[in-house]
Design a protein around this ligand. Structure first.
Ligand SMILES: [Zn+2]
Length: 271
């Protein structure tokens, strides 16, 4: 790791429709033992704090959820000194009371992905991290309080089912997830969240609800129109200014030092 790279403690990983955060930001390329991250990393300032930004899918959305180099992305942020990650994602709603335009501060996920490298610890060093509560409770609280202050409609907990993609669900799949009681459906909360955790970084997912998933159509919204990528991006774009306000409010209120369990997660993970 070159000492030329700036050090910063806060990282933002931007999702679909969220490809830049700063105007005229300084950008730099990184490389890691896991290959190159999704794109150049930019650095800027929010609320007087240094922040790095990485677009998860690359600028212009050129990486599918399966081909995102999750390990390289998280490794690069760790090398920059990042301790806390705010990670917005576009998601579909699986429940009628969670409406397009709402935010969900997820507290759980269910992994339904199939083709992803999802650990730094496949050997020779092996670690089994606790994942009972996979997201940082302190960052979740910061997001919840900030949403309340900004009057953003946010569900303060929720389970995201993470599918492989890039296709959306069939109606039967979507009905099944709905009946299981999952709240939102996305493609990137896993393994990004657990890789952050393995590197002892705090991670919060901000799910931006863009539409009702296929199984809810016919009950809510346009009866004839199943989820499609264009409508997802339209709603996401409308949400971007709310999202930027939320990120800035969160950062303004974050204490300098962490006191949550994330920073010591590996202590109890080694056999
Ligand atoms: Zn934490």
């Amino acid at each position: 790791m070159s000492s030329d790279f700036p050090k910063t403690k806060i990282g933002i990983i931007g999702g679909s429709g969220f490809y830049s955060l700063f105007d005229n930001a300084e950008e730099f390329e990184m490389d890691t033992p896991y290959g190159k991250p999704s794109d150049k990393i930019s650095i800027g300032e929010i609320a007087g704090r240094s922040v790095v930004f990485l677009p998860r899918h690359g600028k212009g959305h050129c990486l599918s959820p399966t081909s995102i180099p999750y390990r390289a992305n998280l490794w690069a942020l760790k090398q920059l000194g990042v301790e806390r990650i705010i990670a917005p994602t576009a998601t579909g709603s699986l429940q009628p009371h969670i409406k397009p335009g709402d935010f969900v501060i997820c507290d759980q996920f269910v992994d339904r992905t199939k083709h992803r490298e999802d650990s730094f610890f496949h050997g020779p060093k092996v670690a089994h991290i606790s994942c009972a509560d996979p997201f940082c409770e302190h960052l979740r609280e910061a997001a919840i309080l900030s949403c309340r202050k900004l009057s953003i409609t946010a569900h303060e907990k929720g389970t995201a089912v993470v599918i492989e993609g890039p296709r959306f669900s069939s109606r039967a799949e979507s009905n099944m997830y709905q009946r299981y009681g999952f709240d939102v459906i996305g493609m990137t909360q896993y393994p990004e969240s657990v890789l952050a955790r393995e590197l002892e970084m705090c991670y919060v997912n901000i799910s931006l609800v863009t539409d009702y998933d296929a199984g809810l159509l016919g009950q809510e919204g346009d009866k004839n129109k199943a989820v499609d990528a264009t409508s997802v991006i339209e709603v996401f774009n409308k949400n971007i200014s709310h999202l930027k306000d939320l990120i800035s409010e969160m950062i303004k209120n974050l204490p300098q030092e962490r006191s949550c369990v994330c920073k010591d997660i590996l202590k109890s993970a080694m056999m």
